[in-house]
Design a binder for this molecule. Structure first.
Ligand SMILES: Nc1ncnc2c1ncn2[C@@H]1O[C@H](COP(=O)(O)OP(=O)(O)OP(=O)(O)O)[C@@H](O)[C@H]1O
Ligand SMILES: [Mg+2]
Length: 269
């Protein structure tokens, strides 16, 4: 099976810092792929390189097996890849419906739209309401500015926008980081609904219970590289975290101690 989105040997340097150091990546059709790793392991840099937000210095990206090079996130979006970035990209002073249609505004019919560029706010609100309803996101009026929403509701808008427009891939960088238990549960439900529609989801998260609850496979990033891909059923949470920190390695499908002291410290030697 050809991965939907794939990377080989990606490198991204910021000055003297090598954020991604020859990383591979494979996202298969219809799966939820969790990407985990310590702070600074290169998770955000990896998905930014995959979605056109930064340009990789080396390596190859393939969409449906075809090499691609996205100059910016807009180009990735045109290929059906929607991303919720960790540093949230919602426009606080604009209302929810306008945020949903950011970069894809609907104009009024006829001359009002084509010449005077007037926005069709009514239709944008109606369609936004439909998306929110389909995803079961509870929000106050769609006419209120996003800055009047709670952090969790804002995240809901960013996630809903990505899910509404994606046709190939949805990428979410820490979508539940700012959320309470109830809102996190809603985002996880949303991710399930997206997978049920047949769209694969890349979920970056530090929340191991969430990862184990929802991921089909787990990509483990360490020091800028993919060091393992595991299935949640095959390893314990403690083992996966130990791979993340370098205490153990996965070798031929088995957990092997890599750093005796570190493994002993987490009770895994
Ligand atoms: N714009 C930037 N300029 C300079 N260095 C950067 C930049 N973005 C990331 N880095 C560095 O690259 C490395 C990887 O960062 P990245 O944000 O990809 O990690 P991460 O795995 O997403 O971490 P976190 O879990 O904290 O979100 C870090 O050392 C970071 O300081
Ligand atoms: Mg990050």
């Amino acid at each position: 099976m050809t991965p939907v989105l794939q990377a080989r040997g990606l490198v991204k340097r910021y000055g003297h810092v090598t954020a991604i150091n020859g990383s591979d990546f494979d996202l298969m059709a219809g799966e939820v792929l969790a990407v985990i790793g310590d702070n600074g392991a290169g998770k955000t840099s990896l998905i930014k390189a995959l979605t056109g937000a930064v340009q990789p210095d080396e390596g190859e990206i393939l969409l449906d097996g075809e090499p691609v090079r996205f100059r910016d996130p807009l180009e990735a979006r045109r290929h059906g890849i929607e991303t919720v970035y960790q540093d949230l990209a919602v426009a606080a002073s604009l209302d929810i419906a306008t945020n949903m249609f950011l970069g894809r505004e609907l104009r009024r019919p006829g001359l009002l739209g084509s010449v005077f560029r007037l926005l069709d706010k009514k239709r944008m609100r109606e369609e936004s309401a439909r998306h929110m309803e389909a995803l079961k996101i509870g929000l106050p009026s769609l006419a209120v500015p996003v800055e009047s929403l709670s952090g969790g509701q804002r995240q809901g808008v960013a996630v809903a926008r990505a899910v509404a427009w994606a046709s190939r891939v949805v990428v979410m960088d820490e979508p539940t980081a700012a959320l309470g238990v109830k809102e996190s549960g809603q985002v996880l439900d949303m991710i399930r609904r997206v997978r049920d529609r047949g769209l694969p989801v890349v979920l970056i998260s530090h929340n191991m219970p969430h990862v184990f609850e929802i991921a089909d496979r787990i990509h483990i990033q360490r020091l800028g590289k993919r060091v393992a891909v595991v299935k949640p059923g095959d390893f314990s949470m403690a083992e996966v975290v130990a791979v993340m920190t370098g205490a153990i390695q996965i070798s031929e499908g088995k957990a092997v101690v890599a750093d005796q002291d570190a493994a002993e410290a987490v009770g895994l030697s």
